[in-house]
Ligand binder design. Structure first.
Ligand SMILES: [Zn+2]
Length: 542
């Protein structure tokens, strides 16, 4: 009898939440369509072909580089070949100068002769042919430190920065999110009233970089070499920019980033007062023919609700030392594969979306979400410009102090924007971006993917990528929760961000889930519920 009662209670306990969910869930999911999306995405995937096209045939895609333009044109032509409509490029800007590296050779010539692993920093000039010079160590944290080095650097190669920490890799650089990681992400954290970074701090750092480059130029330094970030080393070099892409602000001193272990060898020899000479040859080119940049757009036209739009997107640009595979070739090819799958459903089964589906592949993300900001400003709305010259090129989401967002009519027609930009790891859930009203909807949409590891919704905001541009003007914009794999530890902005670090099964899983969410959003009777646009902020006190 006792056993029976317990069984009965357990039965109630299991049944009750389900019944509750069913009574609320007017949310329909077309499982037949989801089955077809899964089949197309898992049995006839083209995602790795797209990945090789983008990463192997085109390569790095620094905003403003000839490769970026090639990638814009290639993705546009791929969309046309897939049968999408209205594939085209849209300009934003002006951005600034284009830049690409063509050649780097760095070697030690004394006290030993040996080749070195080094990469040019973006938007810095090359050397005039092969140059040789002796090295000098400099660590400058502040303008006050300039005096220590004034008059000592002319004609020298500056080994720049504080000591590089190199440690053995003890923890696996590879990680999937475990249950307790996911439950932590699921817990909401009450945010501060302002973003954790301060605008004044960002502007101060930007000014310091300018002053530092100016100092090196005045001191007639031959070249500056810093070291990769992080302590993992092992030939992985994290490289970004060394100067401004704005016309008239170009730095005149060549700059390289070197593998930490080799940089440390030079630093140790200099500490021992030994003479170290290097030979450098770097060829970089600036491109000034077109200061504008471009996003790639294409559509699958809707039917009875074709005036309303569901958007998906990712940034197509990258840093230059690798081929931008996980950041963010992965997101780009996942989104391309998602629209290919949706188009295949139309071709094979005549399944057409009710709303128009529009894909956007953005440039300028690495320089501050500029491509998606440009697109959103032209189509959906923006905050007023700021007068302060240091602030006037700040995107809408960084200028809440400028006043309220002014919306354009098209903003009312966008149901949602979905973004992928957290590397090659599969989708584990979704950030609701503090929009509680979408939670029960996404809960239902997510159910067919529990067997693929997607089961977490969190009210948290996640930052750092293009969904913020949409969120900033009141369009429901979402970024998925993804397994990190080797993102922070190896690939993110490094020379090893290449095709081989992509995980094919993860990319397939992502494309299937994105295609399904986009499909669900396109078929739903109503557009997705919205949250209010963020209010303007009072000016930050300096
Ligand atoms: Zn990035």
């Amino acid at each position: 009898m006792k056993r029976c009662v317990r069984f009965f209670c357990a039965f109630i306990a299991v049944l009750a939440p389900n019944q509750l969910a069913n009574s609320q869930a007017a949310e329909k999911v077309d499982l037949e369509a989801i089955t077809r999306i899964r089949y197309e995405g898992f049995h006839d995937s083209k995602v790795m072909e797209l990945a090789s096209g983008l990463m192997d045939s085109i390569g790095e895609r620094l905003t403003g580089s000839p490769n970026m333009k090639r990638a814009n044109e290639w993705t546009r032509d791929q969309f046309t070949a897939m049968g999408l409509s209205n594939a085209h490029l849209e300009a934003w800007g002006p951005f600034g100068r284009g830049w690409a590296n063509q050649y780097v050779n760095a070697r030690m010539t004394s006290p030993d002769v040996t080749p070195l692993i080094a990469y040019a920093k973006a938007w810095t000039p090359g050397t005039s042919g092969v140059v040789s010079g002796s090295c000098i160590r400099a660590s400058i944290e502040d303008k006050k430190d300039f005096d220590k080095y004034r008059g000592k650097l002319a004609g020298k190669i500056v080994i720049f920065g504080s000591d590089a920490e190199v440690k053995p890799i003890v923890e696996s650089p590879y990680k999937r999110l475990a249950e307790d990681d996911l439950s932590k992400i699921g817990e909401y954290q009450i945010p501060g009233e302002r973003a954790p970074f301060r605008m004044s701090e960002m502007l101060r750092r930007r000014q310091f970089t300018r002053d530092l480059n100016q100092f090196f130029a005045e001191e007639k330094v031959l070249a500056v070499i810093d070291h990769s970030r992080g302590s993992a080393g092992g030939g992985t070099v994290f490289v970004q920019s060394g100067g401004s892409y704005k016309p008239g602000e170009t730095t005149t001193v060549p700059q390289l980033t070197m593998a930490s272990e080799q940089w440390n060898r030079i630093a140790r020899l200099l500490d021992q007062k030994k003479e170290v000479t290097l030979e450098l040859s770097v060829t970089n080119t600036f491109y000034d023919d077109d200061l504008m940049q471009y996003d790639t757009l294409a559509e699958i036209p809707g039917t009875d609700k074709k005036d309303e739009i569901v958007m998906l997107g990712a940034h197509l640009d990258s840093w230059h030392a690798g081929t931008g595979a996980t950041d963010n070739g992965a997101g780009s090819v996942v989104m391309m594969e998602a629209v290919r799958i949706l188009k295949a459903l139309d071709k094979d089964f005549g399944i057409k979306p009710r709303r128009t589906i529009r894909i956007g592949l953005w440039s300028g993300e690495e320089e501050g979400l500029l491509g998606s900001q440009g697109y959103v400003e032209q189509h959906f709305g923006a905050r007023p410009r700021m007068d302060d010259p240091a602030m006037k090129d700040m995107p809408t989401l960084l200028r809440r102090e400028a006043g309220d967002v002014k919306l354009k009519p098209e903003q009312a027609k966008i149901s949602a924007y979905f973004n992928v930009d957290n590397g090659t790891g599969k989708i584990r859930g979704l950030y609701l971006q503090e929009n509680e009203a979408v939670a029960p909807i996404f809960q239902e949409w997510m159910k067919p993917f529990r067997d693929l590891g997607m089961a977490t919704l969190t009210m948290r905001n996640t930052g750092g990528t293009d969904h913020l541009s949409f969120d900033a003007v009141g369009i429901p914009g979402f970024q998925f929760i993804q397994d990190p794999i080797e993102y922070e530890t190896r690939t993110h902005h490094s020379n090893m961000d290449v095709y081989d670090r992509l995980q094919a099964d993860d990319l397939k899983q992502m494309a299937v889930i994105v295609a399904s969410f986009v499909y669900d959003a396109a078929m739903r009777d109503q557009m997705l519920p919205r949250k209010p646009v963020e209010k303007a902020l009072p000016k930050e006190s300096p």
